[in-house]
Design a protein around this ligand. Sequence first.
Ligand code: FAD
Length: 110
Amino acid sequence: PPDVEALGRASWTLLHSITAAYPTRPSPSLQAETRAFLGAFARLYPCWSCGDDFGRWMRAEGGANAPRVASRDEFGRWMCEAHNAVNGKLGKERFDCERWEERWRTGWGD
Ligand code: FAD
């Protein structure tokens, strides 16, 4: 399997970039496809223990971590929280989710 760190960086780039390009008002069918994508992503992710944990995290907390995909802002923040859950598990610093859009969509100010 590919290097878990390089795979992770590339995958977070893909996932956050998807949220950055997501519509502000997605159709119900796109929201359903997005939820299905995330479930399939967790099952197919080629670091099996990573994907298993990610899938478990999405189903945990009585549904509180379930994907929120009703708008770009909601989805971007949810992805940031998902990434922070992995950061926490790995002992990495939490990212300030107020800044997700600056990092992944509009660019840092300076
Ligand atoms: P990364 O965590 O890859 O982050 C890349 C960049 O994203 C950072 O430099 C920062 O600018 C930005 N960023 C950081 N946090 C956030 C955030 N919360 N929101 C928005 N942007 C942010 N690795 C393991 O060893 N074990 C695992 O179980 C594991 N599970 C994973 C599950 C998934 C779904 C994914 C996609 C990856 C997983 N990884 C796992 C990989 C791990 O998350 C990192 O990608 C890898 O360790 C490289 O880390 P990094 O420090 O280079 O930055």
